[in-house]
Design a binder for this molecule. Structure first.
Ligand SMILES: Nc1ncnc2c1ncn2[C@@H]1O[C@H](COP(=O)(O)OP(=O)(O)OP(=O)(O)O)[C@@H](O)[C@H]1O
Length: 512
């Protein structure tokens, strides 16, 4: 039976359906209403994507939950909710692990009462609505029909969002992915750029604007900010999405090989060329070519590339035949190419040809609380990899993550979480269901303090010199820890090996 209070809560939400509201706000209001009416400590709305459930909105759960991606096959409660025809309440003594154990805001406790309902668009599962409480009998008086009413409203909200965005095609694609989620034993969720900060929103808007064009894009940004993921997102947003995205890391190959990798070669073009081979340009025909670390190309390769970009024609090494290619180029660099041009190390014409649409990716320290969402994403990956029930952040760990400057950006965070998860697991009680990461596991204090509070007891030094000193010290310390293994040092510091080697050369730690 529909009660008066249910009606009073639902009517404003029905009104919302006909109003212009940001998508996030719609979902937030829905969950707020769920929490106002049903006696839960947390509620979440998750969207199905292949074999994964992605939280779209959470209320009462720690902020990092929004960045987590839950693999359905690893979370039996979510799987059961998704497959049920209607609402399910789990028995309070159910032995099944709860995906939100340890994630209820502000407490480290396990969830004790849990219910949820599939959200269906037509007959197709679109996602789930979940409710959790910290004590055992909280939901005993809840009428499952109330939960069903909210799930139906969630479905209506989703339909409105999709129609308003004119996403008919995406709607079809999502249906296809949702339909076959059991068949999709995917190891990783489709790559998504995680974040909600204003800087991140601007990046997404830029991707949407230029993605749907054939313009050449130059993605810039510090090491580890996610330039490669941005390139993938640009390709996915383009009319070439169903065609190949071919990548070449320009820093990883010596000059002679870069040319043959890019343009291909014919048999006998050089010793070792035992057969004709197509280059990346030909492989990317009709699609996109991603040139990573494009700042590392030599002047002579830049000249050859420029000719292909201008004329759309190339010759394989050792051949005089011309091949016509239709390729969109996306390039990325962490160098300041304008500065490289001024220093005579980069061709001005090539630089201008590449940067038709310059796309800067903001450093992590400018993305506010996105660091927690990203931490949540990496925590869930590590939870799964280590076979843990739950991997959560203590409040002091969250504060430490927010205070750190992240010179190695998202990659540094990714490696830090992997390292700290291992430490936390080793320190936890055997077979602990919830493992908590503390600030001590993250061990960021000294680094954060050093960056935040430069010592002022010594005579003043310019910023460049003090930065160099700091970097020299960190690399030297890490080298000692890893017995001189440069690959391990690069991993620890969140740098590409080639960039680390170059930096170490400049700092006098290694012969150039
Ligand atoms: N917004 C994001 N959401 C999820 N994962 C991200 C995001 N940004 C970066 N990552 C992850 O961080 C790691 C580093 O990202 P990526 O390799 O794209 O950085 P990059 O800028 O290309 O680095 P480099 O300059 O060193 O080549 C990858 O594992 C990537 O998946």
């Amino acid at each position: 039976m529909i009660t008066k209070s249910l009606l009073q809560t639902l009517v404003p939400l029905v009104d919302d359906l006909a109003r212009e509201l940001p998508d996030g706000e719609r979902y937030r209001r829905l969950l707020e209403a769920v929490r106002a009416l049903l006696p839960c400590d947390a509620a979440a709305l998750l969207r199905l994507d292949g074999g994964w459930l992605l939280p779209l909105a959470v209320d009462g759960l720690s902020h990092d939950t929004l960045g987590r991606r839950f693999k359905v096959s690893e979370h039996p409660r979510l799987q059961q909710l998704l497959e049920a025809p209607g609402p399910t309440r789990f028995p309070p003594d159910s032995p099944l692990p709860d995906p939100y154990d340890g994630l209820i805001e502000g407490v480290q406790l396990e969830v004790h009462d849990c219910m949820g309902c599939p959200v269906l668009l037509g007959d197709t599962p679109w996602g789930v609505l979940t409710l959790d409480a910290l004590d055992k009998e909280r939901f005993s008086s809840v009428d499952l029909a109330d939960l069903q009413a909210f799930a139906s409203l969630a479905a209506a909200t989703v339909s409105v969002v999709q129609r308003m965005a004119g996403l008919a095609q995406q709607f079809e694609a999502e249906h296809a992915r949702a339909e076959s989620y059991r068949a999709l034993a995917e190891e990783h969720p489709a790559p998504t750029l995680i974040g909600q900060s204003p800087a991140h929103q601007r990046l997404l808007a830029d991707i949407a604007t230029v993605g749907n064009s054939d313009l050449t894009v130059l993605i810039t940004g510090e090491t580890g900010v996610g330039k490669e993921l941005v390139a993938q997102a640009l390709h996915a947003a383009s009319p070439r999405a169903s065609r190949p995205l071919i990548s070449l890391n320009c820093a990883a190959l010596p000059e002679s090989l870069v040319e043959s990798e890019l343009f291909g070669h014919v048999r006998g073009a050089f010793s070792g060329a035992v057969a004709d081979r197509r280059g990346k340009f030909e492989l990317a025909d009709g699609g996109t070519l991603f040139l990573d670390e494009v700042g590392e190309l030599s002047l002579s390769v830049q000249a050859k590339l420029l000719r292909v970009l201008q004329g759309g024609q190339l010759q394989r090494l050792g051949s005089d035949r011309e091949h016509r290619v239709d390729v969109r180029v996306i390039a990325a660099t962490n160098r300041d190419l304008a500065q490289e041009v001024r220093a005579g190390r980069y061709r001005a014409d090539f630089y201008h040809r590449l940067s038709v649409y310059p796309l800067p990716v903001p450093p992590l320290c400018e993305r506010g609380h996105d660091v927690l969402l990203l931490a949540g994403h990496f925590l869930e990956l590590n939870r799964s990899r280590l076979g843990l029930g739950s991997l959560r952040l203590d409040a002091d760990a969250q504060a430490a993550l927010l205070a750190h400057r992240w010179p190695g950006n998202v990659r540094e965070l990714e490696h830090l979480i992997a390292r700290s998860a291992l430490k936390a697991m080793q320190g936890a009680a055997p077979r602990a269901r919830i493992v908590s990461l503390t600030a001590a596991h993250l061990d960021l204090g000294a680094q954060t303090a050093t960056v935040d509070m430069p010592a002022d007891t010594t005579p003043p030094v310019d910023l460049r010199t003090s930065l160099d000193d700091h970097q020299r010290q960190r690399i030297a310390d890490s080298l000692q820890r890893h017995q001189g293994n440069w690959a391990s040092v690069a991993r620890e510091l969140g740098l590409h090996r080639a960039n680390l080697v170059r930096l170490a050369g400049r700092l006098g730690l290694r012969k150039q």
